[in-house]
Design a protein around this ligand. Sequence first.
Ligand SMILES: O=C(O)c1ccccc1NCC(=O)[C@H](O)[C@H](O)COP(=O)(O)O
Length: 199
Amino acid sequence: MFVKICGLSTPDTVATAVGAGADALGFVLTRSPRQVTPETARRLAAAVPPHVLTVGVVAGIGVAEARELVQAAGLRALQLHGAYSRADFAAVADLGLTLIRAVSYEAPDLRVGAYGEDLLLVDATDPGSGGAWDYATLRGRDLGKDWLLAGGLAVDTVAEAIRQSAAPGVDVSSGVESSRGVKDSALIREFIAAARQAA
Ligand SMILES: O=C(O)c1ccccc1NCC(=O)[C@H](O)[C@H](O)COP(=O)(O)O
Protein backbone atom coordinates (compact mmCIF):
# COMPACT_ATOMS: atom_id res chain seq x y z
CA MET A 1 0.00 0.00 0.00
CA PHE A 2 1.54 3.27 -1.20
CA VAL A 3 0.80 6.17 1.17
CA LYS A 4 1.18 9.86 0.31
CA ILE A 5 0.78 12.56 2.93
CA CYS A 6 -0.07 15.87 1.28
CA GLY A 7 0.12 19.50 2.35
CA LEU A 8 3.08 19.32 4.72
CA SER A 9 4.63 22.59 5.83
CA THR A 10 6.73 22.00 8.97
CA PRO A 11 9.94 20.08 9.72
CA ASP A 12 8.28 18.17 12.58
CA THR A 13 5.42 16.79 10.52
CA VAL A 14 7.76 15.94 7.64
CA ALA A 15 9.94 13.97 10.09
CA THR A 16 6.86 12.25 11.53
CA ALA A 17 5.60 11.21 8.10
CA VAL A 18 9.02 9.88 7.09
CA GLY A 19 9.43 8.06 10.41
CA ALA A 20 5.98 6.52 10.13
CA GLY A 21 6.80 5.10 6.70
CA ALA A 22 5.15 7.44 4.19
CA ASP A 23 6.09 6.71 0.55
CA ALA A 24 5.52 10.25 -0.71
CA LEU A 25 5.15 13.73 0.74
CA GLY A 26 3.27 16.54 -0.98
CA PHE A 27 4.15 20.22 -0.80
CA VAL A 28 1.45 22.54 -2.14
CA LEU A 29 3.10 25.29 -4.18
CA THR A 30 -0.02 27.20 -5.26
CA ARG A 31 -2.84 28.97 -3.45
CA SER A 32 -4.03 26.88 -0.47
CA PRO A 33 -4.12 27.00 3.34
CA ARG A 34 -1.16 24.60 3.00
CA GLN A 35 0.80 26.61 0.47
CA VAL A 36 4.56 26.79 0.99
CA THR A 37 7.09 28.79 -0.96
CA PRO A 38 9.51 26.89 -3.20
CA GLU A 39 12.27 27.88 -0.76
CA THR A 40 10.41 26.33 2.19
CA ALA A 41 9.60 23.21 0.19
CA ARG A 42 13.28 22.89 -0.74
CA ARG A 43 14.33 23.20 2.90
CA LEU A 44 11.75 20.65 4.06
CA ALA A 45 12.60 18.21 1.27
CA ALA A 46 16.30 18.35 2.10
CA ALA A 47 15.55 16.31 5.24
CA VAL A 48 13.66 13.62 3.30
CA PRO A 49 15.55 10.39 2.48
CA PRO A 50 15.75 9.41 -1.20
CA HIS A 51 13.35 6.46 -0.90
CA VAL A 52 10.53 8.90 -0.10
CA LEU A 53 9.14 10.79 -3.11
CA THR A 54 8.90 14.56 -2.67
CA VAL A 55 6.02 15.99 -4.69
CA GLY A 56 5.27 19.55 -5.76
CA VAL A 57 1.49 20.00 -5.96
CA VAL A 58 0.07 22.72 -8.21
CA ALA A 59 -3.37 23.74 -9.41
CA GLY A 60 -4.78 26.61 -11.45
CA ILE A 61 -1.52 27.80 -13.01
CA GLY A 62 0.09 27.31 -16.40
CA VAL A 63 2.68 24.61 -16.94
CA ALA A 64 5.45 27.15 -17.52
CA GLU A 65 4.93 28.45 -13.97
CA ALA A 66 4.55 24.90 -12.63
CA ARG A 67 7.94 24.02 -14.13
CA GLU A 68 9.57 27.02 -12.47
CA LEU A 69 8.02 26.30 -9.07
CA VAL A 70 8.91 22.61 -8.94
CA GLN A 71 12.44 23.25 -10.16
CA ALA A 72 12.96 26.06 -7.66
CA ALA A 73 11.76 23.71 -4.92
CA GLY A 74 14.07 20.89 -6.08
CA LEU A 75 11.36 18.24 -5.75
CA ARG A 76 11.32 14.84 -7.47
CA ALA A 77 7.72 14.72 -8.62
CA LEU A 78 5.15 17.12 -10.03
CA GLN A 79 1.43 16.72 -9.31
CA LEU A 80 -0.74 18.65 -11.75
CA HIS A 81 -4.12 18.96 -10.13
CA GLY A 82 -7.22 19.56 -12.25
CA ALA A 83 -7.79 20.55 -15.85
CA TYR A 84 -4.37 19.92 -17.39
CA SER A 85 -4.25 18.57 -20.94
CA ARG A 86 -2.14 15.91 -22.63
CA ALA A 87 -0.14 18.76 -24.15
CA ASP A 88 0.51 20.15 -20.66
CA PHE A 89 1.88 16.79 -19.51
CA ALA A 90 4.00 16.56 -22.66
CA ALA A 91 5.38 20.03 -21.88
CA VAL A 92 6.79 18.88 -18.51
CA ALA A 93 7.95 15.41 -19.57
CA ASP A 94 11.50 16.63 -20.19
CA LEU A 95 11.91 17.57 -16.51
CA GLY A 96 12.59 13.91 -15.75
CA LEU A 97 10.28 14.00 -12.72
CA THR A 98 7.65 11.52 -11.66
CA LEU A 99 4.42 13.00 -13.04
CA ILE A 100 1.16 12.69 -11.13
CA ARG A 101 -2.16 13.49 -12.78
CA ALA A 102 -4.72 14.40 -10.12
CA VAL A 103 -8.35 14.52 -11.24
CA SER A 104 -11.87 14.23 -9.92
CA TYR A 105 -13.39 10.76 -9.83
CA GLU A 106 -15.92 12.14 -12.33
CA ALA A 107 -13.28 13.06 -14.92
CA PRO A 108 -12.98 11.18 -18.21
CA ASP A 109 -9.82 9.18 -18.95
CA LEU A 110 -9.51 7.55 -15.51
CA ARG A 111 -6.65 5.37 -16.65
CA VAL A 112 -3.01 5.53 -15.53
CA GLY A 113 -0.80 6.87 -18.31
CA ALA A 114 -3.62 8.30 -20.44
CA TYR A 115 -1.89 11.71 -20.36
CA GLY A 116 1.65 10.36 -20.08
CA GLU A 117 1.64 10.45 -16.29
CA ASP A 118 3.37 7.91 -14.04
CA LEU A 119 0.75 7.98 -11.30
CA LEU A 120 -2.96 8.82 -11.36
CA LEU A 121 -4.58 10.37 -8.27
CA VAL A 122 -8.37 10.03 -8.17
CA ASP A 123 -9.73 12.75 -5.91
CA ALA A 124 -12.92 14.51 -4.84
CA THR A 125 -14.10 17.42 -7.01
CA ASP A 126 -12.73 20.00 -4.57
CA PRO A 127 -9.09 19.05 -3.81
CA GLY A 128 -7.86 19.42 -0.28
CA SER A 129 -11.37 20.04 1.06
CA GLY A 130 -11.73 16.84 3.04
CA GLY A 131 -14.87 15.98 1.10
CA ALA A 132 -15.55 12.27 0.77
CA TRP A 133 -17.27 10.60 -2.17
CA ASP A 134 -18.52 7.13 -3.10
CA TYR A 135 -15.21 5.26 -3.41
CA ALA A 136 -17.04 2.05 -4.36
CA THR A 137 -17.77 3.52 -7.81
CA LEU A 138 -14.16 2.63 -8.70
CA ARG A 139 -14.38 -1.01 -7.76
CA GLY A 140 -14.08 -3.28 -10.76
CA ARG A 141 -12.89 -0.47 -13.04
CA ASP A 142 -9.55 -0.99 -14.76
CA LEU A 143 -7.61 2.15 -13.90
CA GLY A 144 -4.23 0.51 -14.40
CA LYS A 145 -1.65 -0.26 -11.74
CA ASP A 146 -0.25 2.90 -10.18
CA TRP A 147 -3.09 5.01 -8.86
CA LEU A 148 -3.96 6.66 -5.56
CA LEU A 149 -7.32 7.20 -3.90
CA ALA A 150 -7.89 10.62 -2.31
CA GLY A 151 -10.61 12.88 -0.99
CA GLY A 152 -11.91 12.88 2.55
CA LEU A 153 -9.86 9.94 3.77
CA ALA A 154 -9.21 9.73 7.52
CA VAL A 155 -7.89 7.32 10.12
CA ASP A 156 -11.25 5.70 10.73
CA THR A 157 -12.38 5.57 7.08
CA VAL A 158 -9.27 4.64 5.10
CA ALA A 159 -9.50 0.87 5.57
CA GLU A 160 -13.09 0.71 4.33
CA ALA A 161 -12.27 3.08 1.45
CA ILE A 162 -9.43 0.78 0.35
CA ARG A 163 -11.74 -2.21 0.57
CA GLN A 164 -14.49 -0.49 -1.43
CA SER A 165 -12.25 0.87 -4.19
CA ALA A 166 -9.47 -1.75 -4.29
CA ALA A 167 -7.02 1.17 -4.40
CA PRO A 168 -3.31 0.26 -4.42
CA GLY A 169 -2.42 3.55 -2.74
CA VAL A 170 -3.91 6.46 -0.81
CA ASP A 171 -3.34 10.20 -0.38
CA VAL A 172 -4.53 12.34 2.52
CA SER A 173 -4.41 15.92 3.68
CA SER A 174 -7.40 17.18 5.75
CA GLY A 175 -7.81 13.84 7.52
CA VAL A 176 -4.45 14.20 9.26
CA GLU A 177 -5.02 17.79 10.40
CA SER A 178 -6.13 19.16 13.78
CA SER A 179 -7.48 22.27 12.03
CA ARG A 180 -7.47 23.43 8.41
CA GLY A 181 -3.89 23.49 7.16
CA VAL A 182 -2.36 22.31 10.46
CA LYS A 183 -0.98 18.79 10.31
CA ASP A 184 -1.21 16.56 13.39
CA SER A 185 1.66 14.12 14.00
CA ALA A 186 -0.43 11.57 15.90
CA LEU A 187 -3.01 11.48 13.10
CA ILE A 188 -0.26 11.07 10.48
CA ARG A 189 1.11 8.03 12.33
CA GLU A 190 -2.35 6.55 12.86
CA PHE A 191 -3.36 7.10 9.23
CA ILE A 192 -0.28 5.37 7.83
CA ALA A 193 -0.72 2.44 10.23
CA ALA A 194 -4.42 2.11 9.36
CA ALA A 195 -3.72 2.18 5.59
CA ARG A 196 -0.96 -0.44 5.91
CA GLN A 197 -3.09 -2.72 8.07
CA ALA A 198 -5.90 -2.56 5.55
CA ALA A 199 -3.75 -3.71 2.64
O1 LIG B 1 -4.42 20.47 -0.29
C1 LIG B 1 -4.71 21.53 -0.88
O2 LIG B 1 -5.01 22.56 -0.26
C2 LIG B 1 -4.70 21.56 -2.37
C3 LIG B 1 -4.91 22.77 -3.01
C4 LIG B 1 -4.88 22.83 -4.38
C5 LIG B 1 -4.66 21.68 -5.11
C6 LIG B 1 -4.46 20.48 -4.49
C7 LIG B 1 -4.49 20.39 -3.12
N1 LIG B 1 -4.31 19.18 -2.46
C8 LIG B 1 -4.04 18.01 -3.18
C9 LIG B 1 -4.02 16.72 -2.56
O3 LIG B 1 -3.35 15.83 -3.06
C10 LIG B 1 -4.90 16.38 -1.38
O4 LIG B 1 -4.20 15.54 -0.55
C11 LIG B 1 -6.13 15.65 -1.89
O5 LIG B 1 -6.88 16.59 -2.61
C12 LIG B 1 -6.96 15.10 -0.74
O6 LIG B 1 -7.32 16.11 0.15
P1 LIG B 1 -8.19 15.80 1.45
O7 LIG B 1 -9.58 15.51 1.01
O8 LIG B 1 -8.08 17.05 2.22
O9 LIG B 1 -7.55 14.63 2.14
